[in-house]
Design a protein around this ligand. Structure first.
Ligand SMILES: C=CC1=C(C)c2cc3[nH]c(cc4nc(cc5[nH]c(cc1n2)c(C)c5CCC(=O)O)C(CCC(=O)O)=C4C)c(C)c3C=C
Ligand code: FE2
Ligand code: FE2
Length: 312
């Protein structure tokens, strides 16, 4: 029996020339920009024109590529060592695309597609899954042998990983002196109003992580939720991160809850951009926790999820 696991992620530029490819594919995704074609293509062209220089500048500061690439590849290598399947990854907006990876696994008996998103959203989970299935059908692959999972924000080992990452950020300091902000990637209010489950899942994940903190006797001065990465003129999920930071008294740990591997939103937006905002606001101690990445508990969580999917 030959089994494959495909980790499905968003992607990020592998080099500066791919910044345009990334933005082009993202803004031509009907789940990101809801407008019909050819209006969507026009909106995409306009946003890319406005955004490309700044985005390139940001990725340049990160060494000319997105950190999501290296973190995802390392996760694949580590997971490969502990499961009875061959592990691959595919990206929605940058290479390796679904078609390339499906070519490698087309003759496998079972294919397990695990989203790198613990929370279900039409903009991420659904978009990746639909794209994978569309490509599989095009290639004549029997789609009955491909399984997926919608969400795993409530997985115990995943939540234990979150707490481990928060403890690492504390570096042995007293948690009671800190406020904790769970920072989620934003989504337009319009998407939520259309029934997207993302916000519900984020808030439920925060409750699971809080329970894990309580079980381990870790207390914070206050625990908050905020949304980062707003873009354009629409109303996005609130509270916005820049407003939340104004409420922080003096010491804060930010936990980036939307992601399972670090990426430009954590290593640029949170580590650099919001750090500058925090400095200007006079926040004395601003720390960003790492995402799960290849933490042994997260690897165990993924193994757990895969084993459960086998029984479905
Ligand atoms: C309308 C725009 C966007 C929606 C909706 C959106 C949803 C969404 N995104 C992630 C995860 C990531 N997004 C990342 C980058 C990124 N996201 C948007 C826009 C929307 N995202 C843009 C324009 C960008 C590019 C960066 C920039 O130009 O500022 C990334 C990082 C990728 C990387 O290069 O490392 C991730 C990861 C989630 C989870 C989500 C909805 C739930
Ligand atoms: Fe995004
Ligand atoms: Fe952002």
């Amino acid at each position: 029996m030959k089994r494959a696991i495909i980790l499905m992620n968003m992607g990020g530029p592998n080099n500066l020339d791919e910044v345009k490819v990334f933005l082009h594919n993202m803004f031509n995704d009907k789940y990101i920009i809801g407008a019909p074609q050819p209006i969507r293509a026009m909106i995409a062209k306009f946003i890319i024109f406005k955004r490309i220089d700044e985005a390139k500048g940001n990725y340049k500061e990160l060494g000319g590529m997105s950190p999501i690439v290296g973190h995802t590849k390392r996760l694949v290598r580590r997971l490969n060592k502990i499961v009875d399947a061959d592990v691959f990854h595919e990206m929605r907006y940058t290479p390796p695309f679904a078609s390339e990876v499906l070519q490698k696994v087309k003759d496998y008996d079972e294919i397990y597609a695990i989203p790198m998103y613990p929370h279900y959203s039409s903009t991420t989970t659904k978009s990746s899954w639909e794209d994978l299935i569309k490509n599989a059908k095009k290639m004549g692959i029997d789609t009955n042998k491909i399984k997926t999972i919608d969400k795993y924000y409530d997985n115990k080992l995943y939540n234990k990983t979150i707490v481990e990452r928060i403890k690492e950020a504390l570096q042995g300091d007293d948690s009671k002196e800190f406020e904790l902000v769970f920072s989620a990637h934003g989504l337009t209010q319009r998407t939520i109003d259309k029934g997207d489950l993302y916000q519900k899942h984020i808030l439920a994940n925060v409750e699971c992580a809080k329970k894990e903190l309580e079980e381990q006797g870790i207390k914070f001065k206050k625990i908050h939720v905020a949304y980062q990465s707003r873009l354009g003129p629409l109303e996005w999920l609130r509270p916005y991160m820049e407003d939340k930071l104004k409420e922080i008294k003096d010491k804060v740990i930010i936990y980036p809850i939307s992601f399972t591997v670090d990426n430009s939103e954590t290593e640029f937006e949170l580590d650099i951009e919001y750090k500058e905002v925090a400095d200007e606001l006079g926040i004395e101690d601003y720390r960003v926790a790492k995402t799960p990445n290849h933490h042994p508990y997260f690897l165990a969580a993924l193994k757990d999820i895969y084993e459960e999917m086998k029984d479905l």
